[in-house]
Design a protein around this ligand. Structure first.
Ligand code: TXA
Ligand code: MG
Length: 353
């Protein structure tokens, strides 16, 4: 594995590597992706192998121009209403954290889509990702660059630690901006349906195209790949509480605590009589956003969990966040990261990856 910078020379090298079938991890605005040429089945096979990802869980194809859509998606097979939705969403929300599931073109290898008749496509909002895609073949398949089931990477170091031996290059673009994966919206049928809550809030999508459905809790497998209850999980057991339930959980120096905002942390510290006599807030207590900004909370979520997933702590105790903006995406990741979910691998609503 070689670490690359975001210099023009290095991005050209990264793109050349992709063209020759190598794997390149690169930053997007959501999380780091593990990229391979979307049209090269051997590169796609390497992605599944590197991530230890089950072959039934399809990949997202990343493009850098809307015009490339026609190379991967069969737009003539779209329902008329959904065709309009595509035009609006791609014009308004791309580049951005929105993945669209569309009828696929036959030229897209089955490995990319796990044999489904649809392909997931997105146009990321990150200059490094866009250049790498443009300088390569124009279509890069990339799942999040983590071992299957583990926390998603928000920094190049996370990729190096988890997949360093399994990827040819990692492009370092610093910490990502959004911090949770893209929203996956299926418009391949007659109605738009959210398969995975993510970095594009439902409200923003509905403002543009009206009400959208949510994937059924227990969809049949082919219609809803990657529906696993456990995902995004740290090795340290994570336990999730409502704010009310969290108030009853006592402080323990060998455990880590994750709160949404500073106000709740202060209440909890007071409730626990953990006065600041100990010289400030103990290091094992974190808040996702001191001021309660949901965007900041989402950006810090995986970053903090990476830090706290450390043998120094025997458990991570986290509190659910409000369901506004990116809140549903943050809560979805927290629920799937729970230790309980790990012990009980049953289908769970929403998408994974
Ligand atoms: O933000 C993101 O989406 C990141 C960055 C790297 O772009 N990528 C990402 O990929 O999260 P991954 O592979 O971790 O998650 C892809 C999700 C999975 O839940 C997968 O099941 C779903 O997209 N997916 C892919 N193709 C699909 C299809 N044809 N139909 C339904 N779901 C699909
Ligand atoms: Mg993933």
């Amino acid at each position: 594995m070689e670490m690359l910078s975001d210099s023009e020379d290095d991005l050209c090298r990264a793109a050349a590597a992709l063209r020759s079938g190598d794997l390149v991890a690169f930053p997007t605005e959501t999380v780091y992706g593990l990229g391979g040429d979307a049209f090269n089945p051997a590169a796609l096979a390497k992605i599944f192998e590197a991530k230890q990802r089950p072959r039934f869980d399809p990949l997202i194809i990343h493009i850098a121009e809307v015009s490339v859509l026609e190379r991967v998606a069969d737009l003539t097979a779209l329902d008329a209403e959904m065709r309009k939705a595509l035009d609006i969403l791609s014009a308004e929300l791309w580049p951005g954290p929105l993945t669209l599931v569309l009828p696929k073109k036959n030229s897209v290898p089955d490995l990319a889509t796990s044999g489904l008749p649809t392909a997931a496509v997105r146009l990321p909002d990150h200059p490094v990702a866009l250049k790498i895609i443009r300088y390569s073949t124009g279509a890069v398949a990339a799942p999040s660059a983590n071992p299957f089931g583990y926390l998603s990477p928000t920094r190049a170091e996370h990729v190096a630690e988890q997949l360093g031996g399994r990827v040819d290059y990692i492009v370092d673009g610093g910490k990502v901006r959004v911090g949770v994966e893209s929203t996956v919206l299926d418009i391949s049928g007659r109605r738009a349906r959210i398969l995975r809550p993510g970095g594009m809030p439902r409200e923003r999508i509905e403002e543009l195209i009206g009400p959208v459905d949510t994937a059924a809790a227990e969809g049949p497998l082919p219609a809803a790949p990657g529906q696993l209850k456990s995902h995004y999980a740290p090795r340290t057991g994570l336990y999730l509480y409502s704010p009310e339930a969290m108030m009853a959980v006592p402080w323990n120096k060998s455990e880590a605590f994750v709160f949404f905002d500073g106000k709740f942390r202060d209440q909890w510290i007071a409730g626990n009589r953990l006065e600041e006599s100990s010289g400030g807030v103990p290091a094992n207590i974190r808040v996702l956003s001191e001021s309660g900004s949901m965007n900041e909370a989402a950006a810090n979520l995986f970053d903090f969990l990476h830090e706290l997933d450390n043998p120094q702590y025997t458990a991570i105790r986290a509190v659910e966040v409000p369901e506004t903006g990116l809140g549903p995406a943050v809560n979805d990741r927290l629920r799937k990261a729970r230790a309980e979910a790990k012990d009980n691998p049953q289908p769970y609503q929403g998408q994974t990856g």
